[in-house]
Design a protein. Sequence first.
Length: 321
Amino acid sequence: MIGDAPAAMDYVALGRTGLRASVIGLGGGGHSRLGQQTGAAPTDSVAIVRRALELGINLIDTAESYGTEALVGEAIAGRTRDSVVLSTKKSLTEQERPITGTDLTQGLDASLRRLQTDHVDLYHLHAVTPDEYDYAVAELVPAMIKLRDAGKIRFLAISEAFATDPGHAMLSRAVADGVWDVVMVGFNILNQSARERVLVETRRRNIGVLCMYAVRDALSRPAKLRETIGELARQGLIDGGALDLGDPLGFVTQVEGVDSLPEAAYRFCRAEPGIDVVLSGTGNVRHLEANVAAVLKPPLPPDLRRRLMDLFAGVDSVTGQ
């Protein structure tokens, strides 16, 4: 074991899937890609996944495009398969053309080989844009259903292209279709628009929800936060007069028991009704431990949470990246 373990992990039912998932999931993408983007050795990345498992994280999310499936596969090799909720994804284009159902099937088989398993619990269509959605349902969902019937997929999932669709145009359609067991949505302090546009329907239909973008550049880098908040104020999307634009969210860490803005950001997302699992990507074991500790802390004080909700209630145009 490396370091002291945070508080005991909490688990939730992942929507209607019947899966029991940790409230924080380890993401294999993002800027770090388990450290592979920042110079880590493969053994270091494997160690991060194994430390996550030691800490009680049982949901591991990766994707064909991340290049981390083989690392995840090595890290979970030898473990009881039902001890891990394994999530991976397939992008909708290859070599600038839409994939076919055959491409998707072949892609899953390749992912399973890299992951060293015979099935994944969640298989996502990855970063689906609004203009791709009809094609995805018509051409790719039938192949996904066949793969589910063959036992290679347990549940159908879809993730949004939050970077280009921060207003959730695609997911607001998808959650009403009855097709998807689990969705991956962008949600954070700065853009809470999924609350009404996605989470109302996922709660009604008992669809599992994975939260991405809980903490990105703007909530971890002060200069980026000042830039983002300043632009939102100039656009009239937030009340700039209610903030110190030199330290716009400085009031958050002035509240007793809140040690940092990233910690507050994780706690904010964890407490959002309808969010099951908050994803966290990292290339550093100590950072992983800090993120786990943050997610396992109690919700933010109600007055602070309400202030953050009111401040960003009109924002649907930023991601925090």
